[in-house]
Design a protein around this ligand. Structure first.
Ligand SMILES: [Zn+2]
Length: 481
C-alpha cells in the first residue's frame, strides 16, 4: 500500500462548451460529431492571412459561470495569447489560448472544489481557449504508419481548468472529476456524455520525484486506471534505484499501460505571444452580477435542499446530486408520488447498482419518473411486497415496462379486495356443505376450506384475510342456528 502523502496528483481538465452553436472565434458550427472530416472549417479556423477572429460572447458568459461555480477570482481584464507550437493538430501552428505569466491574464485564477469528505482541491487557473483538430490512426498511435487529421474540432470553445497537485490518490482524482462533471451538467454548458466533451491530462509525482504527465485520458474511469498504473510503474523504478524521468506519457486504454511520448516539454518550449487580432477584454462587475443572476442551482445547494425539504440523509442527497440526471429523476418522481425517502432509496441504491452491473447510463434506460412513482405506490398500497418489488424493479429498468403491467402480466397481484374474497368463500361454502359442517365442529377442517378458496382464486389472495373471513362466516352460521 502506497502511503498517500507520497503521491501528488494535479489535473488539467478540458471541457468543451457543448451548448454553444458555433466555434469560439468564427461562425462555423460546433456540431462536429458524426460529420464528414474537414467539413466544418473556414479561413478563421485555419488562421488564413486576412481572416480575423471574433470572440463568441456567449462563450465568455458560459466561461464566467464555470469560474463562479468554482469560486474562482475573475480577472478584471483578460488577454488572449498565441501558444506557438508546430504540431499537425493545429492548422495555423498556434492555438489561441490564455497565459498566466509574463503579463498574461487568464479568465480566472484561484478557486476550489471540496470533496465529500471535506477535502479541498485548489484550482490554479481557469481559462478559455480553442480546441485543436483531431488526430486518428490506423490501429494504435505506436504502430500506425498514417495519421489522419480532422479539423472540424479545431476552434471549438474549451474551458481549461488546472488544479494544484492537491490530490493524493487516483480515487481522489476520480471524485474530483465526478464533482466537477456534476457542476458542469447542472450549469447545462457541457454535456459530459458526449464523446470527447471532457478530456483530461494528469500529472503525477511519486515520493517527491519528477513530474510525469499523462496526456489525453478519455474518461473518468480511465483517469483512475491510468494513475494507478503510473503509481505502480514509478514505485517499481524507485525501488530499483532508477530515477523517474520527467516526461509526457500516453495512456493506452486498450492495453491499459502508459508509454513515453516525449521527454517533457516545459512551458518555455512554447512561445507565447499576445494575440494581436483580439483586443483585451474588460470584465465588469455588472457583467459578473448579470451572470450570477442567471446561474442555475448547483449540486451543493441542491443537496442541501434535498436534505432540508425532503428529509433525506446527507449521504443519499450526495449520491442523488452527483449526477444531474439522477437528481432530476428523483425530483420528477416525487412530484408524481411524494414518498421522497422511499423513491430516493430506490434511485440511490438499486438503480445505481443496476447501472454499475450493466455498465449503462441513466439516459439510455427506458424509464421515466412515472415508473419509480408507481413502483413505490404499489409497495405503499400493499399490492406488492418489498421482495417482489426488487424483481419487478429489475424487469422495469431493463424493459421499460410499467410496474403495474409487470405485476398483471405475471399475475403477481395480491388480491386483498374483501368483497371478492367473500364471494369466493361463499361459493366454496355452497359447493362443500359437508366440509362446512365438519369445520363447524372441528377447527382442523378449516384447512380444507382454506385450500379450496386459495385454489379457486389461483393463489393470489392473502391467506390471512381468507382465514379471517372463513372464521367470520362460520361464526355467523353458528349464531343463526
Ligand atoms: Zn471557422
Amino acid at each position: 500500500m502506497v502511503k498517500e502523502d507520497l503521491v501528488r496528483i494535479g489535473l488539467e481538465v478540458h471541457c468543451q462548451l457543448t451548448k454553444l452553436k458555433s466555434k469560439l472565434f468564427c461562425n462555423c458550427s460546433s456540431d462536429y460529431r458524426g460529420k464528414g472530416p474537414n467539413t466544418n472549417i473556414c479561413p478563421v479556423c485555419f488562421g488564413m492571412p486576412g481572416s480575423l477572429p471574433v470572440l463568441n460572447e456567449k462563450a465568455l458568459k458560459y466561461a464566467l459561470m464555470i469560474a463562479l461555480a468554482l469560486n474562482a477570482k475573475i480577472s478584471e481584464r483578460m488577454l488572449f495569447y498565441r501558444k506557438n507550437y508546430f504540431y499537425p493538430d493545429m492548422p495555423k501552428n498556434f492555438q489561441i489560448s490564455q497565459y498566466d505569466k509574463a503579463g498574461g491574464m487568464p479568465l480566472a485564477t484561484g478557486g476550489r472544489l471540496s470533496l465529500d469528505d471535506g477535502k479541498i482541491i485548489n484550482i490554479r487557473r481557469i481559462q478559455l481557449e480553442e480546441d485543436t483538430g483531431k488526430l486518428s490512426y490506423d490501429g494504435t498511435i505506436e504502430s500506425s504508419s498514417t495519421t489522419y487529421i480532422d479539423y472540424n474540432r479545431a476552434g471549438i470553445a474549451l474551458i481549461e481548468i488546472v488544479t494544484e497537485p492537491d490530490m493524493n490518490s487516483p480515487k481522489e482524482a476520480r471524485l474530483f472529476l465526478q464533482k466537477l462533471s456534476s457542476i458542469l451538467e447542472h450549469l447545462g454548458l457541457c454535456d459530459p456524455n458526449l464523446e470527447g466533451a471532457i478530456r483530461c491530462d494528469a500529472n503525477i509525482s511519486f515520493g517527491g520525484g519528477r513530474r510525469v504527465e499523462i496526456k489525453n485520458i478519455s474518461s473518468f474511469k480511465e483517469v483512475e486506471r491510468a494513475l494507478r498504473f503510473e503509481i505502480t510503474r514509478q514505485r517499481n523504478l524507485v525501488s530499483k534505484g532508477i530515477e523517474v524521468k520527467s516526461e509526457t506519457r500516453h495512456w493506452d486504454d486498450v492495453r491499459r499501460v502508459t508509454f513515453s511520448l516525449r521527454v517533457k516539454e516545459e512551458e518555455e518550449d512554447y512561445r507565447y505571444f499576445p494575440e494581436p487580432d483580439l483586443v483585451p477584454i474588460e470584465i465588469s462587475n455588472e457583467m459578473i452580477q448579470q451572470v450570477l443572476s442567471e446561474m442555475p442551482e448547483l449540486p451543493e445547494a441542491r443537496k442541501r435542499r434535498f436534505m432540508d425539504r425532503y428529509g433525506l440523509p446527507s449521504q443519499t442527497a450526495e449520491v442523488l446530486t452527483s449526477r444531474k440526471a439522477l437528481a432530476d429523476l428523483f425530483e420528477k418522481s416525487i412530484e408524481l408520488y411524494p414518498n421522497a425517502r422511499e423513491i430516493a432509496n430506490w434511485l440511490a441504491s438499486d438503480l445505481l447498482a443496476y447501472l454499475a452491473d450493466t455498465n449503462k447510463e441513466i439516459e439510455s434506460l427506458n424509464v421515466k419518473p412515472d415508473h419509480f412513482a408507481e413502483l413505490v405506490r404499489l409497495i405503499d398500497d400493499g399490492v406488492i411486497s418489498r421482495s417482489l418489488a426488487k424483481s419487478i424493479f429489475i424487469e422495469m429498468v431493463s424493459t421499460g415496462k410499467m410496474p403495474s403491467e409487470i405485476v398483471k402480466g405475471k399475475g403477481l397481484e395480491k388480491i386483498s379486495d374483501q368483497d371478492y374474497i367473500l364471494q369466493v368463500v361463499d361459493k366454496v361454502f355452497k359447493e362443500n356443505e359437508r366440509a362446512v359442517k365438519d369445520a363447524l365442529m372441528n377447527e382442523k377442517a378449516i384447512n380444507y376450506l382454506m385450500g379450496c378458496v386459495m385454489k379457486e382464486s389461483g393463489g393470489k389472495i392473502d391467506p390471512n384475510v381468507v382465514l379471517q373471513i372463513i372464521r367470520q362466516r362460520l361464526d355467523q352460521i353458528r349464531s343463526v342456528r
